[in-house]
Design a protein around this ligand. Structure first.
Ligand code: F6P
Length: 547
C-alpha cells in the first residue's frame, strides 16, 4: 500500500489550483482581495506568521487544509505525542517534547511517564552550571574554569551553537563557551593556542559516542590537557560527557558522575533541549535555558491542540509542500533579519534536510513527490548584498522565510529600524517587483535620454511574484527562540506526515561514513583496499605524493 499523498483527492485539486493560480501575479492577488492579509495571517501567542505574500489564496489554503486532513496529520500528531514508535525504521519514539515538559505534563514511553526522569537530568545540569558559575568546580590546579569547549557535531553541535549565538546578549560574564565540530584540525587546532589547560573544560557531546569527528577531537583535547597539566586525572576535572551511550563515555575514561545522559527517544537533531544544551545553559544560565524550553513547550501545546486551520507548524508545512510540489520550487531561503540568528539557516538545514530529505516513504515505497527543499540562507542585511540579485532577477522561484523581531537585542540607536525597514522592503520588492511602465517612468523622472532608457529598461524591470513568509516576534528572548525552534521542529513533522515519510531516521549519512573508514588506511599507510575507484585512487595518490 502506498502512502503517497499524490493519490489523495486534495492533491489532485491542488494540481488544478496551481495551474490556475500559476498565471496570476501576487500584485493582482493583493489588489483583488482586501481581506487577504487577515485571512493569510496566523498567530501563536506573540508569534505572528504573515504568509499573505505566498502565491496562494484563501481557497488554496482550504485545499491545503483538505490535504492535511486527508493525509491524517491530526492522528499522526496524536501518535507522536503519545510516544508511539513513530521512528519506524529504528523502532523508536520521538519524544523531544518531554524534554521541555512542565512538571504536571505527562509523556509516556513504554507505559512509563518520562517527565520525572527528565527533571532529574535537568537538575543535574542545573547543579553543574551552578558549581561552574560559582567556581566550586575548579580545574586540577585549583583555578576557576574560564573556557568551556563543546566537542560535538551535527545535532550535538548546531543547536547549542546556534542558540548560544542567538542569545549572546544574555551571555554570562567570565565564562567563554566555544564550539568545535570539524575533524579538520584547523577547528580545534586554531582554538587551543588561545586557551589555558588549567582553566579549560571540554564537553564531549555525542548521542552515540561513536562519531569519528567528535572522538578524534576529544582524543586531541585530552592529549593537549595531559601535556599542559602534567597530572594523570585530567578527565575528572576537565572533561564531561553528554551522551545516550554512558558506557562508551565510561570506556573513554569520563567518570559516570561527569556524564549527562539522555535517551534513545531523543533524535540527535532534536536534542538541544536535553543535556546537549549544557554548553548553552553554561553560557546563558539555567534559568534562561529553561525559559527557552518554556517557549518550545508553548509551541508543543499549540501544535498538539490547535485545529489544522490555525496550526502554525501545519501551515508552514503546507506552504513548503505547495511551493515545492505544486509550484516547483527546489529550494527555500531562510533569511533572519537578526545578526544573532545568523546560524539558524545552518541549524534548519540539518533539521529539515536530514529529517525530510528522503525519496521513500516510511514503508520503503518510492515517494511519488519530492520531499524537503534545499534549505539555505544567512542573516540579512548581509544577504541582500550577496545573493538577493538572483532572488530579484534570476528568474528562479525561490520562496523565502523572513524572521525578525520588533525590538533589538543590541539596541544601538538608529540601527534596528533600518534593519526592519530593509526586511520589510525586501519581502515587498520580491512580491511586487517593478513593472516595465514603472521602470520607464522612473527613468524618465531621472531625466535619462530616450536612448539610455531603451538601453537600461530591461535591466530595471523586476518580475516580482517571489513568494515569502514573514515571522515576527517581540524580541529575541529565550522564550521566543524556543517557540521559533519548536515551530520548525513540528513543521518538519507535519510535512513528513503528509509525505508519509519518517523524519526521525537518517540512513543516508551512513554510506559516506563507511567509505571514509575504509579509505583511512589508504591515506595514512598507503594500504589501498582492492577494487578502489580509480578517481578516488588518484586523489589519494596526489595527497600522499605531496606529503
Ligand atoms: O551524521 C549524522 C548524525 O548521526 C546526526 O544525525 C547527528 O546529529 C550527528 O551525526 C552526530 O551524532 P552523535 O551525536 O551521535 O555524535
Amino acid at each position: 500500500m502506498t502512502r503517497s499523498p499524490t493519490f489523495l483527492p486534495a492533491w489532485r485539486a491542488l494540481t488544478g489550483e496551481a495551474q490556475t493560480l500559476g498565471k496570476r501575479h501576487l500584485r493582482e492577488l493583493f489588489a483583488t482581495d482586501p481581506g487577504r492579509v487577515p485571512s493569510l495571517t496566523q498567530r501563536a501567542g506573540d508569534l505572528l506568521l504573515d504568509f499573505s505574500k505566498q502565491r496562494i489564496t484563501a481557497h488554496t489554503l482550504t485545499l491545503l487544509h483538505d490535504l492535511a486532513r486527508e493525509a491524517g496529520v491530526t492522528k499522526q500528531i496524536d501518535e507522536l505525542f503519545r510516544g508511539e514508535l513513530v521512528n519506524v525504521s529504528e523502532g523508536r519514539a520521538a519524544l523531544h517534547m518531554a524534554l521541555r515538559a512542565g512538571s504536571k505534563d505527562e509523556y509516556f514511553f513504554s507505559g512509563k511517564n518520562v517527565v520525572s526522569a527528565v527533571a532529574l537530568e535537568r537538575m543535574k545540569m542545573r547543579g553543574f552550571c551552578q558549581s561552574l558559575h560559582s567556581e566550586t568546580w575548579v580545574g586540577c590546579s585549583g583555578k576557576r574554569i574560564t573556557d568551556v569547549v563543546n566537542l560535538g557535531i551535527g545535532g550535538s553541535d548546531l543547536g547549542p551553537r546556534m542558540a548560544a549565538q542567538a542569545l549572546s546578549s544574555r551571555a554570562r560574564q567570565g565564562l567563554k563557551v566555544h564550539f568545535v565540530s570539524n575533524v579538520d584540525g584547523a577547528d580545534l587546532g586554531s582554538l587551543l593556542p588561545s586557551l589555558d589547560p588549567q582553566t579549560t573544560l571540554f564537553i564531549v557531546a555525542s548521542k552515540t559516542f561513536t562519531t569519528q569527528e567528535t572522538l578524534a577531537n576529544a582524543r586531541s583535547a585530552l592529549a593537549w590537557l595531559e601535556v599542559g597539566l602534567d597530572v594523570t586525572d585530567v578527565l575528572t576535572r576537565h572533561f564531561v560527557a553528554v551522551t545516550a551511550n554512558v558506557a562508551a563515555a565510561g570506556a573513554f575514561g569520563i567518570p559516570e558522575e561527569n556524564t549527562f545522559a539522555f535517551w534513545d527517544w531523543v533524535g540527535g537533531r532534536y536534542s538541544l533541549w536535553s543535556s546537549v544544551g549544557l554548553p548553552l545553559a553554561l553560557a546563558i544560565g539555567m534559568d534562561d535555558f529553561e525559559a527557552m524550553q518554556d517557549g518550545a513547550r508553548k509551541m508543543d501545546l499549540h501544535f498538539r491542540d490547535s485545529p489544522i486551520e490555525k496550526n502554525l507548524p501545519v501551515t508552514l508545512a503546507l506552504l513548503d509542500i505547495w511551493n515545492g510540489n505544486f509550484l516547483g520550487a527546489e529550494t527555500r531561503a531562510v533569511i533572519p533579519y537578526s545578526f544573532s540568528l545568523g546560524l539558524l539557516p545552518s541549524y534548519l538545514q540539518q533539521l529539515e534536510m536530514e529529517s525530510n530529505g528522503k525519496a521513500m516513504d516510511r514503508d520503503g515505497q518510492k515517494l511519488e513527490a519530492s520531499s524537503s527543499a534545499v534549505v539555505w540562507g544567512s542573516a540579512g542585511t548581509d544577504a541582500q548584498h550577496a545573493y538577493f540579485q538572483l532572488l530579484h532577477q534570476g528568474g528562479r522561484l525561490v520562496p523565502c522565510d523572513f524572521i525578525a523581531f520588533a525590538e533589538a537585542d543590541y539596541p544601538l540607536p538608529g540601527h534596528h529600524d533600518r534593519l526592519l525597514a530593509s526586511c520589510f522592503a525586501q519581502s515587498e520588492a520580491l512580491m511586487s517587483g517593478r513593472s516595465e511602465d514603472e521602470a520607464r517612468n522612473e527613468l524618465i523622472a531621472q531625466k535619462y535620454s530616450a536612448e539610455d532608457i531603451a538601453r537600461l529598461l530591461p535591466h530595471k524591470i523586476f518580475p516580482g511574484n517571489q513568494p515569502s513568509t514573514t515571522m515576527l516576534l517581540p524580541s529575541l528572548s529565550p522564550e521566543a527562540l524556543g517557540m521559533l525552534i519548536a515551530l520548525h521542529e513540528h513543521k518538519v513533522f507535519a510535512a513528513a506526515a503528509i509525505w508519509g515519510i519518517n523524519p526521525f531516521d537518517q540512513w543516508g549519512v551512513e554510506l559516506g561514513k563507511q567509505l571514509a573508514s575504509k579509505l583511512l588506511p589508504a591515506l595514512t599507510d598507503g594500504n589501498e583496499a582492492p577494487g578502489m575507484n580509480p578517481s578516488t585512487h588518484q586523489l589519494i595518490r596526489y595527497c600522499r605524493d605531496r606529503r
